[in-house]
Ligand binder design. Sequence first.
Ligand code: ATP
Ligand code: MG
Ligand code: MG
Ligand code: MG
Length: 565
Amino acid sequence: MRLSQFHLATVKEVPADAEIASHKLMLRAGMIRKLAAGLYTWSPLGLRVLRKVEAVVREEMDRAGAVELLMPTIQPRELWEESGRWAKFGPQLLKIRDRKEQEFCYAPTAEEVITDYARNELKSYKQLPVNFYQIQTKFRDEIRPRFGVMRAREFLMKDAYSFHLTQESLAETYQAMYDAYARIFARLGLEFRAVQADTGAIGGNASHEFQVLADSGEDALVFSDGSDYAANIEKAEALAPAAARPAPAQELKRVDTPRVRTVEDVAAHFGVPASAVLKTLLVQGKDGLVALCLRGDHEINEVKVGKLPEVGGEPVLATEEQILAVTGTRPGFIGPVGLPAEVPVIVDRSAAVLADFVCGGNADDTHYTGANWERDGRVTRVEDIRNVVEGDPSPDGKGTLRMARGIEVGHVFQLGAKYAEALGATVQDEAGKQRVMLMGCYGVGISRIVAAAIEQRHDEAGIVWPEPMAPWRVAVCVINPKGDAAVAAAAESLYAELSARGVETVLDDRGLRPGAMFADIELIGIPHRVVVSERGLAAGTLEYRKRDEAEARAITRDELFALLD
Ligand code: ATP
Ligand code: MG
Ligand code: MG
Ligand code: MG
């Protein structure tokens, strides 16, 4: 590729909503452009990288015996009614009507569609096991799309679904997918860990997430320093004994506060800054700790309800029924009115220092003072409240626990009979009996991987691609191509030779000044840079610099070819 014919569009300034390195760099490098919240155009440059990731994923899926197909992104409501997920999936499901008023959704995932396909296609145990996959756009109406393509609304996912007669067969394919994922992320040059994940309502121990390690990651991970034990925090929490729960640091004092309704009222009543008024209530629900996050004031009808630590981020509108389902009590005036008298903890996630907070109570016209939370002598923020903390013994008895942050790039899951049962997907077994198939599902966030890789590999100057993801392996930079025919010819010949050798090369023939040209090539993360200049030509050398090395050095053409072989 000649850059003069390409559309490279690097920019200096990025919008303030680009918070993390990968988002900023993808915008600066001109890999993506925002269309609307969570919707991005992949530029020609960005697409080259996305396709690289896609190709590695496809190769490893094929190698593992999965077979590719392609399903629609628009899925009929009826199928989702069959699985029971039309109502249950929640606001992430984008619902659509056609001109006949028929209802559809835009696929956030494809268990229903593949199970429908399987019940029509698969008749006999002889066709099993089979593992179908697709690489297809998904849409999830994320409550808080952010970090560019990292948490987008529309994104590219590889999703695979396997079908089996027996649990042993499912376990075998699950392992094959696990191994394929490990190969994918190793090939892409990413530092990752596979961690046990919670299987929620489906049960069992058969779910792992593949996490790219990065401090900016949204997920908390727990590892043992003395064994292979690794889990995401949800799974680790689920395993942890309840006794490990932190206890309030001091007694809450209950205070009558008639007609004190809003945060401002509370602050004025107690003579404290509004930041000392707690907006997040943690309550003991019937499934463990639950957070009810008030939106700015003490209107309880807008809360986020969920099991810790899934809560967090922006509050959502929850119905009284949802609150009831999670907490086991009905919400009321301020905070969880009607909860057992001992509201255990209340913490303000926005406050820098936690001490002596005022919080909502469990009856009208009541507040508590002195709220905070402490464990092992440390006051923690709500984000950090865990059953499991660094230094705890590992649940397998080997070593102590360490924590890290991760970005979920892949997820494998043994679904069992759930969808096949609901949709009546059966095959005939050896004895001629109809049997419900067992299923596994396996997702890879192809577009998220691009951002995750940058998060892990960048420096001041820009992106540092692992070679398999780079838009090109080599950039040949030409100093003054229009003014110096000999230099231009040497660069052309080098470009031709590299291309002939199968080395993906980009020729920077734009005629930019060296500083600007090098800055672009570094920003977009090309692993190898070669400069063709008048001086080098006279000396019979090229100036070579590896992206992750500090210094450039003079090498010959043959040395360059050897280095790239
Ligand atoms: P998350 O916990 O980050 O919301 P998830 O568990 O909801 O992800 P899965 O249903 O497991 O996601 O989907 C498979 C993969 O799709 C994830 O491992 C992730 O890499 C990717 N993915 C999920 N949601 C998004 C998104 N909003 N933007 C980009 N990639 C996503
Ligand atoms: Mg999600
Ligand atoms: Mg997840
Ligand atoms: Mg997941």
